[in-house]
Every structure is written in structure tokens, then in C-alpha cells.
Design a protein around this ligand. Structure first.
Ligand code: ZN
Length: 201
């Protein structure tokens, strides 16, 4: 049986899925907390504690406040809104109104500002929920990615199981995978296997 004190240290337990942090765009790195969406989805934010961990790993922790269940629900809603809107943009379609509304609402409500420190920076919020302020920063990043200059470079991973989003910053605009470490590598291995099978037949 899982005891309350065990839950706090779950990040050290191997069955908790690790984060994928290699996406350059913050908002899309956030959508990658649900991976392999069209295959066998892996939920990488199984509880509020892991939301805290993700925010800290992405330097979005805003102090001592801990996420609660309602924060996790809101975080997942934002994540799915960003993913749907990003997939729509990647397909050349307009984003849906409900998704746009949620993203805009969270971005507007985020009263946080960056603070330069001796060894880097941190985010500070004047009032309200610190966790929601962090989600607001992710919403802002989504707006800049989906509505800004790089809008036409937003793409969906060519691995049909994945559905991951990324900004194709390559000069030739020919990037195909959300990440070379995961989908790019899988495709390379599959091609290699296929080549060997064909040669063997
Ligand atoms: Zn992918």
C-alpha cells in the first residue's frame, strides 16, 4: 500500500515516467507531458507533485507553493488546448475558439514578472496562485509560438503515433520529427530493420 510519505518522493521511483525536456519551445515541451498520443499514450503528469517537478525542471517554479488537484486539472486542460491549437495551426487550419479562449485567459491572468538574480533569474508573482501564474507563462509562450512570426513553422511530428509539436527552425524547413532522440531515432532504426529484412528476403 502506498503511504502518504511515499507519494512525496515518487519522482525517485522508477515507474513514474520521466519528462521529455528536449523540445526547444516551452509550450510544446509542456504538451509532450502526454506522449505517444495516437499510440499508447504515456501520462507524464500523473499527479500534482509531478506538475511541481515539471515546473521546477523548466525553471517555472514560483516559490514555495505546491500544486493541488485543481491545478493539475487546469494544467492538463491548458496542455490539451495548446496541443489541439498547435495541431490545427500545423495543419493550416484556424485554432478552435474554446482553445484560444482558455489560452488567452490564462495568459492574461498571469501576473508574474522576471527577476534578475546574481546567478540567473526567477519568476515572481505579486498575488494569486503561483502555480496558475506558471501556467500563464506557458500560455504566453503558446501565444507567441502559435500567433507570432514562427506560426508557419509549427509542425506536427511525422511519427503518426506521436503527435508531438515543434517549431521547425531548420533553414531548409525540412525537419520531420519532434525530437531526434525519440521519434527520429525510432524512424532511423525502423528503416534500418526494414532494409535488413528486405535484403534478407
Ligand atoms: Zn515525435
Amino acid at each position: 500500500m502506498v503511504k502518504a510519505e511515499d507519494v512525496k518522493v515518487r519522482e525517485h521511483v522508477s515507474e513514474v515516467p520521466a519528462f521529455r525536456l528536449d523540445n526547444e519551445q516551452l509550450a510544446f515541451r509542456f504538451t509532450a507531458t502526454l506522449s505517444d498520443r495516437s499510440g499508447q499514450p504515456v501520462e507524464r503528469l500523473p499527479d500534482a507533485g509531478r506538475l511541481d517537478d515539471w515546473l521546477a525542471a523548466n525553471r517555472l517554479g514560483l516559490g514555495g507553493e505546491r500544486a493541488v488537484g485543481s491545478d493539475l486539472v487546469l494544467a492538463r486542460r491548458l496542455r490539451e488546448a495548446i496541443h489541439r491549437a498547435g495541431s490545427d495551426v500545423a495543419a493550416g487550419s484556424p485554432a478552435r475558439r474554446a482553445d484560444v479562449t482558455l489560452i488567452n485567459m490564462l495568459a492574461r491572468e498571469s501576473q508574474s514578472f522576471p527577476v534578475l538574480t546574481e546567478d540567473g533569474m526567477r519568476w515572481q508573482t505579486e498575488a494569486g496562485s503561483q502555480v496558475q501564474a506558471s501556467l500563464g507563462l506557458i500560455a504566453r509562450d503558446a501565444i507567441l509560438a502559435l500567433g507570432g512570426e514562427q506560426r508557419d513553422r509549427v509542425k506536427a511530428c511525422e511519427n503518426s503515433d506521436c503527435g508531438g509539436l515543434y517549431v521547425d527552425t531548420s533553414q531548409a524547413r525540412n525537419r520531420r520529427w519532434c525530437s531526434m532522440n525519440t521519434c527520429g531515432n525510432r524512424a532511423k532504426k525502423a528503416k534500418f530493420r526494414h532494409g535488413r529484412t528486405s535484403a534478407g528476403n
